[in-house]
Design a protein around this ligand. Structure first.
Ligand code: SF4
Length: 302
């Protein structure tokens, strides 16, 4: 029997007991390892064992319970791997078991062989998440990522060949020490390759209720990623230091940048932020209620 972890919000929604402000639209699963992930990324709670990831608990659940459950409320399943012996083979078994549920599947992993990616696609995975996390090779080294920077870039390229342009989301943690121009350069490079960005604000591993990145910077980063998602160039609307130009205000719908960006249906409610201090808005309704504040935080309104 395979045991997994599931985000607390996904578990509550699965069991019909969700009482929060925005239900997860994706069922978020994490591979289980009693000792946590064998990698030692400095910013990740799973590197220390226990049941936390981001700012929330991920209780254990049997794969059988998920396979037997109705998933009507979910538009996607996301399985995140951890480094442990046999994790690639186990992930393949999990994907195979879930592929009969009729729900699209995303997989987020560290660099893996191309044959495995092809197998995952054959089993029904349509989007891949790449855990690059850092915006520069310098930060990557400092954060103790398990493989060299170049290995992640090569993995992103290989994944794009397998899943196609727009189907690879590179996970990036804002606030690990990058400058705004370094962040812009990496976003440009990734979108130039055909990848997209899923942004996460840095959460304290010791005090998981605390999100550690400057809100104004994060809002502008969201805008830059959204501009790229909509086929625009951030350099046409921001200075190199991520200061907005007048032209930015002329764009219709730019508030969509403040919604969670990721695979279709990915909203990660409160994974990295408290309900009272939102970075990624998990639903248009919540964003609508806080739109003025979000625009002010971006420095686009007084
Ligand atoms: S963007 Fe969302 S659904 Fe896609 S791999 Fe990342 S966390 Fe999973």
């Amino acid at each position: 029997m395979i045991t997994l972890r599931i985000s607390q919000g996904s578990l509550d929604a699965l069991r019909g007991a969700y009482k929060g402000l925005a239900e997860p639209r994706t069922l978020y699963l994490l591979q289980y390892s009693p000792a946590g992930c064998a990698a030692s990324c400095t910013f990740c709670a799973q590197a220390r064992g226990g049941d936390r990831l981001g700012r929330i608990p991920w209780p254990a659940i049997s794969l059988q319970e998920i396979v037997s459950a109705g998933l009507e409320g979910f538009t996607r399943i996301c399985l995140q791997t951890v480094l442990k012996p046999g994790f690639l083979e186990e992930a393949a078994l999990i994907v195979k078991a879930l592929s009969g549920k009729g729900v699209p599947i995303s997989l987020a992993s560290t660099p893996a062989p191309t044959y495995w990616l092809e197998e995952m696609k054959r089993l029904g995975v349509d989007f891949l998440g790449v855990g690059l996390d850092a915006f520069t090779p310098r930060i990557h080294l400092k954060a103790s990522k398990p493989y060299p920077w170049a290995t992640y870039i090569d993995y992103t390229r290989r994944a794009l060949r397998v899943f196609g342009p727009g189907h690879v989301y590179v996970h990036l943690v804002a606030g690990l020490g990058e400058t705004p121009s370094e962040a812009l350069r990496l976003l440009d490079m990734l979108y130039g390759m055909g990848a997209r960005a899923a942004l996460f604000p840095l959460v304290s591993t010791r005090r998981p209720w605390k999100t550690l990145v400057d809100k104004r910077y994060y809002r502008r980063l969201q805008l830059a990623a959204w501009l790229l998602n909509t086929g625009r160039r951030p350099s046409d609307f921001f200075t190199e230091r991520l200061e907005p130009t007048e032209k930015l205000l002329g764009i219709k719908g730019l508030e969509h940048a403040f919604l969670t960006q990721g695979c279709p249906g990915c909203n990660r409610p409160f994974y990295t932020e408290r309900p009272g201090d939102m970075y990624n808005y998990p639903s248009p309704a919540l964003l609508g209620k806080n739109l003025e504040a979000a625009m002010r935080e971006a420095g686009l309104k007084r």
